[in-house]
Ligand binder design. Structure first.
Ligand code: PMT
Length: 402
């Protein structure tokens, strides 16, 4: 996600400085090249060597470093950055930035950069609510500085309230948002994810192994690219993606009702959910008792939501760009192409679930993308996040060609 991105991570002096280590780990894992600047107060909390080891880059602590200053260290760092994150950002440093004071390596580099600056404040609740701090924050927001707001909780100083550094994952997400091109801005995308559950009685159901990971990865990626995302989710254990409208459903019929209620507002519909094809004809209102040696449950066909979407005549309104998924164990391309044409789709993502590292309930996927014009492309093994990005890249191209 952040490959080839150069990020400066400024660390100020506060007990939350140790959380910047986790943030650094997330940034480097996503492929970013990170250069850390620590204030002298920050070095009282965490040793520079920790950041140096994890970033594989020297940590900048002094404004007038004789070696770095041969190329004017703070200016060259500032020029090369795609994003500048300050986490934790203290009231002192935020105050200095707002006042245009540049008296150490961190504040001087912030002043010199043209890259977006993301500030993640952390401080005592009374400092946070102090009108002077609030005025500084408002001023910086007006000037285009980005903020990842602190959260409520028990603070290291013993107080309870707002001022706790946001979770490293939340700061990471804001960083990715800031660095992602908004090529889906203005588009409304509905994504279905996860399995459906078809109840037999109050304790039993028919379902499948879908974890929702693929659909949620698509929802996160589409939102980062500026789309308005409506996620219709079957039962999963996943956290709700930030900035996405999530509607939880259980059965295929509930999923169909939700999808049909919103399809008219959508430019794109992506059906990554693994919908049960059948449901019990009767749902027992009480638990079926274990008496007989065998039990027969009569199943009836569920509505095929995607096929119904493909069959809708939208009249004068433009048909949404329809993307289906196919989970196949054999004849991947043939089976997926059949579904593409039968369900009148624009595109289908065929998962090769014959391999343990692709398809259901894993973090990676291997897929083939097929389009209604007969073209196709193969995606070798990659993370579901990466595959989501590739699928959206293709959708962006096709949307602009429409
Ligand atoms: O959730 P994960 O663990 O990350 O796993 C991802 C996944 C394997 C579930 C996902 O990538 C996937 O392949 N989803 C579709 C699997 C599937 O059930 O395929 P299908 O061949 O049954 O259905 C084809 C398409 O029609 C799908 O887009 C499906 O959402 C849709 N469909 C199917 C049946 C039905 N009654 N209604 C539908 O809309």
């Amino acid at each position: 996600m952040l490959r080839n991105k150069k990020i400066i991570l400024g660390v100020c002096g506060g007990i939350a400085a140790y959380k910047a280590i986790e943030l650094l780990r997330l940034l480097t894992k996503a492929g970013a090249e990170v250069h850390v600047i620590m204030t002298s107060a920050a070095q009282e909390f965490v040793a520079p060597l920790t950041f140096q080891t994890l970033s594989s880059n020297p940590v900048h602590t002094e404004l007038f470093n004789l070696i770095a200053e041969r190329e004017i260290g703070h200016i060259s760092l500032a020029d090369r950055a795609d994003l500048f994150i300050v986490a934790p950002a203290t009231a002192n440093v935020i105050g200095k930035i707002a006042a245009g004071i540049a008296d150490d390596m961190l504040t001087t580099t912030v002043m010199a950069t043209k890259a977006p600056v993301l500030l993640a404040p952390a401080m005592n609740v009374n400092m946070f609510t102090n009108p002077i701090y609030q005025e500084n924050e408002q001023k910086l927001r007006r000037l285009g500085y980005l903020f990842e707001a602190p959260v409520c909780g028990s603070l290291a100083c013993g107080w309870e309230g707002e001022g706790k550094l946001a979770a490293p994952e939340a700061i990471f997400e804001s960083a990715v948002m800031a660095l992602t091109e908004k090529d889906l801005a203005g588009q409304t995308i509905m994504i279905t994810a996860g399995p459906t559950r078809e109840e037999i009685d109050p304790v039993r159901y028919i379902s499948n192994h879908s974890s929702g990971k693929m659909g949620y990865a698509l929802a996160r990626a589409a939102r980062r690219r500026g789309a308005q995302v409506h996620l219709v989710s079957g039962p999963t254990a996943l956290a709700k993606p930030d900035g996405v409208t999530v509607v939880n459903v259980t059965s295929a019929v509930e999923m169909k009702n939700e999808v049909m209620a919103h399809v008219a507002e959508c430019d794109v519909v992506i059906k990554a959910a693994a919908v049960a094809d059948y449901r019990p004809l009767v749902r027992n209102s009480v638990k079926i008792k274990k008496k007989a040696d065998s039990v027969t449950i009569e199943l009836v066909k569920n509505p095929d939501i995607l096929a119904e979407l493909g069959g809708i005549d939208h009249g004068l309104k433009k048909q949404p760009f329809l993307v289906g998924f196919a989970a196949e164990t054999d004849a991947l391309a043939e089976n997926a192409a059949k579904k593409l044409h039968e369900k009148k789709l624009d595109m289908i993502v065929a998962n090769d679930i014959s391999q343990p590292d692709a398809g259901f309930n894993v973090d990676t996927n291997r897929a083939m993308l097929l389009f209604k014009d007969g073209s196709s492309c193969r995606c070798e093994l990659m993370s579901k996040e990466q595959l989501a990005g590739t699928i959206l890249d293709h959708i962006v191209v096709r949307l602009t060609e429409r």
